[in-house]
Design a protein around this ligand. Sequence first.
Ligand code: G6P
Length: 606
Amino acid sequence: MCGIAGVVGQGNVVDTLVRSIRTLEYRGYDSCGIAVLQNGALAVKKGVGTVEEVSQAERFSDLDAATGIAHTRWATHGAVSAENAHPFTSCDGRIAVVHNGIIANWTELRARLEAHGHKFRSQTDTEVVPHLIEEQLKLGAADFETAFWQSLNLIDGAYSFAVVTSLEPGRVFVAKHKNPIIIGLGESANYIGSDFNAFIDKTKRAVVFDDDEYGVITKDDFWVKSRLTREVVCKDVTTVQWDAEMAKKGGYPHYMLKEIHEQPHAIRMALGVDARGMAQVVEMLRAAKRIYLVGTGTTYYVALVGQYLFKDHARRFVSAVAADEFTLLAEVDAETVVLAVSQSGETYDTMQAIRCAKAAGAKTAAVVNVMGSSLAREVNVALLQMSGPEISVISTKAALAQMVALYRIAADLARADGTARGDAADVAAAFAALPDLVQQVLNEKSGFLNTLAKHTCGWKDWLFLGRGVYYPIALECALKMKEVAYRHAEGMPAGFLKHGTLSLIDDDICSLIFVPPKRDEALHKMVLANIEQIRAREGHVVGFVYDADESLASLLDERVLLPDVHPSIAPFLELLCGQMFAYFTAVALKRPIDRPRSLAKSVTVP
Ligand code: G6P
């Protein structure tokens, strides 16, 4: 799971390549490398570390070339080492390859190639590719394109490739099967990227590859062919709606904080999601006998929140299933609808769930942030949430916006079903006011949450507890805490605590309780009882609570007071506080905020 970039241009493109893979570091950042065509020969540099570290240590800036490829890695096959960093070259050093994905039959291919005398220098699956192309040439392939195409036909697995060769100067070859690759069309320069961010500062005109396509870019031209027929495919040119400014930090110390602050806008965009697409999704859901919401990591928790939103606003039970378990659990047929949630639209597990659902005849839809992504192209109806680029590995604005989009779907479904709640108009008004309330909480509570995080960052173990929709909110906030602050935080239904976990309550564990507003009477009472259970064991308790809730003053060691709001939008303000609390805890602990260890934003492997 990695980021790929390529350029064919005029003058020196090395800086452009380095900048491209820096923008793709959210896809992986344990090692990186570059291959360029300099004076008719390939020059390759690579090493372990971030793009900034490696490009300086290995002096990428000494290179000077108009054609090249680059890669930033998240290790899957082979440890993190300089030998296992991409690009990889053929024995004769004339072919260099970067790859995103997994080659399933690489051990067989490698054994065969070794038997033919090829020497390998890494433990990766990718290294078979340059040798495979070299072997096809040796066996008499008519030209490089033919050798590349023949090699693709021998590879089993998931890939996007970018290839440079001294045999064909001024060209970068690319191919796609299950992993994304996009061409950017510039002025006297064309680009390759795993996503638009790779070249958004150069051009907004892009061509998105479909599965089983391969192609070439030159400085002024490109072509795309089908791997199956070898015929030229006529591709649409897409105009990207993001701009380079949106993908910059804009004065914030971290992308995570910037993106938390972009939530008012992201919510507005989600509330205004495309009406035509929305009507299609609603029709699809109405015709369904069974509805699944799927996602992974944060988006699984979004799906769980969706479960409660569908119950509250549409009186429907829908099943939220983690995409990685979907194929093992779900019953799918032609009367099933699977609605996937994904920021990147590239997550392997989510794509697998959708492919499996389609194969069983189900209808599919998605709430997705990245236009042109694999998921957006795979499903019957894609609702683009239009949150703008989310760069931090820690998802914040995309998740909150997805929850709001799921509310919109549930509310529209209820209206179409004739089952809308009596207070549906009040709820809609409350959601319309949510962007301003989020802004207010950002303005008024950031300082307090920062101070609180400084006080509490010493706790190594946390229980994050909520009931009803606050339960998946607690799960999501606990995930933030784990991802960014490296603190053990276990999300759990508050009512579940007494069934075992209560035995953990002592001086070493802190509980964070997500308390609903008092107006949500029944739920509020239940949570209160659960807090009492912790207090009775002298546990330390922090609470997110609403103003004027004095019933809690004596029960909580620390409180974050929120403005009194309609119960339907209250969970979103608590999510916001949980995001900020994790952020400030991570800052207090001096964690690398936007790129936590071992993680990547877009997980395109099983
Ligand atoms: C990875 C990331 C998570 C993210 C999940 C789903 O596991 O580390 O932060 O929530 O993928 O990503 P998606 O792009 O499908 O929303």
